[in-house]
Design a protein around this ligand. Sequence first.
Ligand code: FES
Ligand code: MG
Length: 586
Amino acid sequence: MTRRLRSRAWFDNPDNPDMTALYLERYLNYGLTLEELRSGKPIIGIAQTGSDLSPCNRHHIELAKRVREGIRETGGVALEFPVHPIQETGKRPTAGLDRNLAYLGLVELLYGYPLDGVVLTIGCDKTTPACLMAAATVDIPAIALSVGPMLNGWHRGERVGSGTIIWKAREMMAAGELDYDGFIDLVATSAPSVGYCNTMGTATTMNSLAEALGMSLPGSAAIPAPYRERPQVAYQTGKRIVEMVHEDLRPSRILTREAFENAIVVNSAIGGSTNAPIHLTALARHAGVELPIQDFEAVGHRVPLLVNLQPAGKYLGEDYHQAGGVPAVVAQLIKHGLIHEDALTVNGRTMGENCRDAEIVLPDVIRTFEDALVEDAGFLVMSGNLFDSALMKTSVISPDFRARYLSNPADPDAFEGPVAVFDGSEDYHHRIDDPAQDITAETILVMRGAGPVGHPGSAEVVNMRPPAHLIRQGITALPCVGDGRQSGTSGSPSILNASPEAATGGNLALLRNGDRVRIDLKTRRVDVLLDDAELARRREALEAAGGYRYPVSQTPWQEIQRYMVTELETGAVLEPAVRYHRIIDT
Ligand code: FES
Ligand code: MG
């Protein structure tokens, strides 16, 4: 209780009465009293990510009221402030561009204002990593509060998942089963309430991983946004952050190598998004933890899929919560020795203490190991002569996909085919249904120019639907490879996040339509069947022509980020920012 908090430097500094008076006066002008600000009470920030521009997180505007009450009741003073909004579906050219911008902004706020601790309001995809990355860089006591998923979507008695339904609806429209209005209607049924995507997309993934990392209260991630437990846990979160400030419990004690390994294991078990490795890598780098991309396979591949949520399975967010949420999943993983039980969490207890005894309530939604949905459900880390690394999410390989590509008795883990190459999503949309492209059931679709430099923020475009003529024949998926990302709500087993990207010297830039590519899941190789001499000739010709072309920046931030962003493999972080760790020391 006696530790001098950093907010005292602003509000109670007898050595500098001028500045103290200046700092104080404006925080008084809306009704705070001198007594509150000078009493030594912890000043707690509420980093508000909700706004009319970010509907997924908008419910945080309501929840913040309960956070404040918890802070107040425990002896703190709450100061709420906006975080640069990130709306996954609303931001052009892509929300991915804004993660690092929100991160940078939040670092400045946490460092530069009189805050002793912070509640991070997380939810929509990139809001979670942006907030956690900033808290890790500053190393200020921090606790994350998820906004929670939407209620389940329903259409004619069937669960309809937000994000995921769009892939199905697109196929139905391409096949002529839906018109434009029917398409919009079907997609809208998937989003029946406040909250983030109710599928196991990037939002549910990252909120689950925030809990698995130990950064939010146990059992809190999966509570649906409209449930009464949601404002209840908001209140408890507010209470807890004040205690954390007194305990000086900071992210550096929670975000350890063990915590990241726990997150990787949980990500496999929940069937988490292919965006998770990008965000976890970024967070690890800002926290100063070594986490090479190969660890996602080494630590996570052998973990079975336990959570039966769309897109890999059939249920949605409400079911996940009712079934027991993250603690029930972690308890199963603990039983099989896959969790570092000693990892510390924000409630001051360990992951083992929090989760060991959690039970599965709905056994079809969260499975035991004996009843797992898929064995070895984690990512494969692929490499070859087209890139150094790329990920493949094996938990979403469908029986149909397996039958078509992975059933040759002589070579059951490999297939090859000619490629159709697209430079960005506009090029893809223009050409995919053009009969002149000659795309057949054998074709491998390749997307390039979609990495953090080629398409600022990296586009979620690697999962490409086949041309309409193939869909009408019942072929709803072709293998896809690319240097961009894909939405966590997509059930496509693409090979994606390829690094280096075409725009920064990756060999995807050298591919031409009709080249043959071989994909071997056993050796984890993806290779174009060309010899080194031919690749060298093509490289020389490309460089002579000025290198791989990509569109110019549309905004100053796109341009600035392009100068300093890393590959997806290394988290697509701002490289100069990674030099700064734990920037407050009191
Ligand atoms: Fe925001 Fe899915 S679009 S969570
Ligand atoms: Mg997305």
